[in-house]
Design a protein around this ligand. Sequence first.
Ligand code: ZN
Length: 339
Amino acid sequence: MMKAAAISGVKQIQIVDVPMPVIGPRDVLLKIKSAGLCTWEQRIYTGQAKSDYPLVGGHENAGEIAAIGELVTNVKVGDRVTMGSSSCGTCRACLRGQDKGCAEHFLNFSLKGGFYGPGGFAEYKIHRSDGVFPVGNAPWDQAALAEPLSCAIHAARLLDARLGDTAVVFGAGTMGLLNLMVLKKSGLRVAVVDVNEARLAKATSLGADLVLQAGPDIRDRVKAAFLGGVDFSIAAYGSEEVNQDALDVLNTRGKICLFASAHPVTPFAIDPNLMHNRETSAVGVVSADRRDHAVATDLIATGQIDLSPIVDATFPLIEAAAAFERATSSPSYRVMLHP
Ligand SMILES: [Zn+2]
């Protein structure tokens, strides 16, 4: 048996004993070293998002390989790895390099044995071997953030963001900041918009060229700062108002990136003539292809990106209830569990 932290209801966390997972021929058994509390799990904890209970969350993980299946050749016992998605390698989506669309994409993020969820808030986890990526000697908490970092890398790739381009990121929470860091590394001039001054100060410390407090005249202030508009706007906070602002501040041929989900969701209107005349594109982004996870892991492993400012606090697994309370108080960045 092993310990796991389960969300057993709204604002309820229980430490439970669950059976050790059974390893298959293509699987690895991971001893979890760090796990981030993602926004999705925080929303399930607060009741903002619906879920079946009990749920063992945890899909932002890093750990050490404790055992490997008989067919595994890419890693060995003792390797330090990040954990990403899987892919079959042969379906149409995989062959087109779009394995986000593969039926096996979320294969590693399910948990058997009476619990629903990705299963990373536990002492051990089974992962198929194609979903683990060696991370060298990187600190565990930063390694665990390869998964959210991969989502920001995925966004920059789908937007085709390049040196000299401009962007505005709406929302300076964890995902907004990771988008900022990736876009700055890609050579863009980036502004960050948020209501919260402390979050904006954090964005400045992470390299934002400009921070703007959200307000009624935000569209004019963005356009004034970027001579008529930006190439990309990232909606890293899900609201109708943000989506409308993000669409309005684009220049001709600009792209809006719908990065955040909203709970509850409010649809927003798109003027087809405006999209037509300005050649605007809308790009939805969630999760990442495996290649994005590989890039994220390499950036962390080689120290090319420092994610330590994103780590807000760490708690032992058995104090998961306190960790969830910390993560759902504002403003906080990533709270990490250490089994
Ligand atoms: Zn596939």
